[in-house]
Structures are given as structure tokens and as C-alpha cells.
Design a protein around this ligand. Structure first.
Ligand SMILES: NC(=O)c1ccc[n+]([C@@H]2O[C@H](COP(=O)([O-])OP(=O)(O)OC[C@H]3O[C@@H](n4cnc5c(N)ncnc54)[C@H](OP(=O)(O)O)[C@@H]3O)[C@@H](O)[C@H]2O)c1
Length: 357
């Protein structure tokens, strides 16, 4: 049997995108031996533009791009690029496009790829977040895979599909899906003040530049919505009640003003954790969703429960279904990090390549 060549295009060359490119190069011999596939990068895009060669970008070009990405330089500093708008006309039929951006603008481009018979892999959640009407077709499309949109490389989406394909019915999905908020809760439990945890986490790059982007709970809500829609529940974002981990009064502040005012919340959060501790409980930021909607909020859980003992960037997702009714099916492990996320995207690309050939 001869090796099948599959052209691949990466949108985004940040932490995940550049790691993915390196993994594609490093695993070429393994993928050829195990799957008889040759994934050939023909296009790379960031916000500065697109590098494209239908025959495959040269080894020298790929190495130069990796070097630039490691130094936070954009593609147009490596060589002349085409515009992002050119991309749609350049992508060949039956190519695989990986969206590893955090952009809200890629959905229509990806729909064009799917319509041309290509495959799409997402680490980016945004294309799956619009109204149900706008995204319904994406969830039903077998050429779109999005394992890494929730729980990074953990097999959450695949598990949901396997349960549904074998006739199970999902009743409830519950879990902790944010490493950053998991860290915040574990530190609050240790008695560290809220403002100090946030300042440290921000300094070490564990939060977004504005920590409110994590603390708003919106990112967790997006993950919960994707899981709900995968489970077959056509929910909207408004069906989820989301508790932000900061006060309404701090919404309008600039980032630096927020950081300066964060200590006004120290006593309130310390109190909530103290009260939970008194009853043998602790608090975790938990998403819980069912067919009718759900909540994303701080929940009181027993200290010795699986959620109560969760630490650091670990994610924990429990699926209660008709078959897994008394004991849920649990998926747990690191839910962030460029290596595991890129490997999950690469795994999805290989599965799609097998479907294409
Ligand atoms: N890191 C993780 O552990 C992890 C885990 C699971 C899922 N994800 C998801 O994976 C995606 C990438 O994460 P990351 O950590 O790699 O983020 P990142 O470092 O910010 O990288 C995103 C990259 O995409 C570029 N970009 C933005 N809009 C674009 C567009 N329209 N076309 C092409 N490129 C564009 C960005 O350029 P600029 O920086 O110049 O805007 C940046 O280089 C995100 O959606 C994230 O939520 C990440």
C-alpha cells in the first residue's frame, strides 16, 4: 500500500500552533509507518498573513517559521506573505485545516473548507459558540473534529460520541474545566488571599493579561456549551447561569484598576472558603449542565471528593448517562498546555486524514 499525501494548513502559530507544527514535522516517520499517511504543511497563517506552497513548504521555511514563532515574531518577518483573504481561494479540496487561533472570525472560512470536501480540526472554541442555528451544521459534520476545544488532549468529545453512537443517553455533564480557576480555588482553600493569588498567577502567565477574562467564567461556560451541544442538547449561552469570580462593581475598571481593587474581595472569598471548611467541604468552580440548561459557579463539595481533591491544572469531567447512572464515567487529567493540546489536534488530523483517504 502506498503512502497517502494529505495537505495540511495551520491557522495560528501561537503556543499551540507552533508546537503543533513541530509535532507534525517530528512525527512524520511515525505517522507514515503506523498509518501510511504523509501530512504535508502547505499553508501557515497568523494575523500578519499566509505562507503558502501547494507542493508543500520547504524544510528550511518550516524551520524559519518555528524559529520566528519561538521569538514571538510574525510570519511576515520570515518572508513575504499573502493576505488572509487569499487563503480561501488557495486551499485545495480534501485538505485539512487546523484552527489553533483564538479568533472569532474563522467560522465562515472553515465552512468553505468543509463545503469543498476538506476536514477541519479546532482547538479554538469560538467557531462552535454562536447561536445554535448558526453552528448546528458544524456539530453534525463528521469532517469537523474539536477534541481539544474542551479539556485539551483529554478524550472527552470522542467519549461522548462513542456513548451516543452506541445508544446511550447522556443525562448530565459536570466538572472542573479550568486550570486557572482550579488553581485559584486550591490556593483560596490554603488560606492565601484572593488578590495575592491573582497577582501571582498573572505574573507567572497562568491567567490572561486581564485576569477577569478567566474570572468571568465565560471560557468555562463556552466549554460547557460545547459539551452540551455535543451531547445533543441544542442549548444557547443564555441557558447557562454563570457566576463571575469578581463583583459587578469591578466590571468597568481598567485592568490595572481592577488589580489594585482586587483586595476588596479578599475578605469575602476567605469567608466563603472558611464557611465551607467548617462543614468538611471546600469550594470548586464547577460547570453542571443537562438537557434544559445549567450552571457555572462556585459549588460546595466534600473536601475528600474527586472535585475537592483536584489540584493545579487538572480537569475533571463526569458524564452521567443511562448506562453510567450510579457511577459516572469520569475523564480526568491535565486540561491545558501546548504539548498535550497540540498532540490532541494532531490526533484529530490523523483521524480526519484516514477518513479522507
Ligand atoms: N494553550 C492551551 O493549553 C490550550 C488548550 C486548549 C485549547 N486552546 C485553544 O487553542 C487556541 C490557541 O491557543 P494558544 O495558547 O496557542 O493561543 P495564542 O498563543 O494566543 O495563539 C493564537 C495565535 O493565533 C493567531 N491568530 C489570531 N487570529 C488569527 C486569524 N484570524 N488567522 C490566523 N491566525 C490568527 C494569533 O496571532 P496574535 O497573537 O498576533 O493575535 C496567535 O499567534 C485558543 O483558541 C485556545 O483557547 C489552548
Amino acid at each position: 500500500m502506498s503512502q497517502k499525501v494529505i495537505p495540511v494548513i495551520l491557522l495560528g502559530l501561537g503556543n499551540v500552533g507552533s508546537t503543533l507544527l513541530r509535532q507534525i514535522i517530528d512525527t512524520q516517520a511515525t505517522v507514515a509507518r503506523r498509518k501510511m499517511l504523509h501530512l504535508v504543511p502547505i499553508g501557515l497563517a497568523d494575523i500578519s498573513g499566509v505562507l503558502f506552497d501547494p507542493e508543500g513548504l520547504s524544510e528550511n521555511t518550516l524551520q524559519a517559521v518555528l524559529h520566528a514563532a519561538a521569538n514571538k515574531r510574525l510570519l511576515d518577518t520570515v518572508t513575504q506573505t499573502r493576505t488572509l483573504d487569499d487563503l480561501e481561494t488557495l486551499i485545495p479540496a480534501r485538505a485539512i485545516v487546523a484552527d489553533v487561533t483564538a479568533s472569532t472570525e474563522t467560522r465562515s472560512r472553515l465552512q468553505t473548507v468543509l463545503a469543498a470536501g476538506g476536514g477541519v480540526v479546532l482547538a479554538n472554541k469560538n467557531p462552535l459558540i454562536g447561536s445554535w442555528q448558526a453552528v448546528q451544521q458544524l456539530f453534525g459534520n463528521p469532517m469537523l473534529r474539536y477534541e481539544c476545544a474542551v479539556g485539551a488532549g483529554l478524550p472527552v468529545i470522542d467519549t461522548l460520541h462513542y456513548l451516543l453512537d452506541t445508544g446511550d443517553q447522556v443525562h448530565q455533564i459536570e466538572g472542573c474545566m479550568s486550570g486557572t480557576l482550579g488553581y485559584l480555588c486550591a490556593e483560596l482553600e490554603r488560606g492565601i488571599p484572593y488578590s495575592q493569588i491573582i497577582a501571582q498567577a498573572r505574573e507567572q502567565g497562568y491567567t490572561e493579561p486581564d485576569p477577569r477574562d478567566d474570572l468571568s467564567g465565560h471560557d468555562v461556560a463556552r466549554k460547557a456549551l460545547i459539551l452540551a451541544r455535543t451531547a445533543g442538547w441544542p442549548l444557547e449561552m443564555t441557558d447557562l447561569a454563570v457566576e463571575a469570580l469578581y463583583d459587578e462593581s469591578l466590571v468597568a475598571l481598567s485592568t490595572e484598576e481592577f488589580m489594585a481593587a482586587a483586595d476588596t474581595l479578599d475578605a469575602a472569598y476567605a469567608n466563603r472558603f472558611r464557611q465551607a471548611r467548617a462543614g468538611g467541604h471546600t469550594l470548586r468552580y464547577v460547570a453542571q449542565v443537562g438537557p434544559e440548561g445549567g450552571t457555572v459557579k462556585l459549588r460546595s463539595v466534600p473536601q475528600d471528593s474527586p472535585l475537592g481533591t483536584l489540584r493545579g491544572p487538572a480537569n475533571y469531567i463526569a458524564l452521567r448517562t443511562q448506562r453510567y447512572a450510579d457511577l459516572p464515567l469520569v475523564i480526568s487529567g491535565p486540561g491545558a498546555g501546548p504539548e498535550v493540546t497540540a498532540a490532541g489536534v494532531l490526533g484529530d488530523m490523523i483521524k480526519l486524514a484516514q477518513q479522507i483517504v
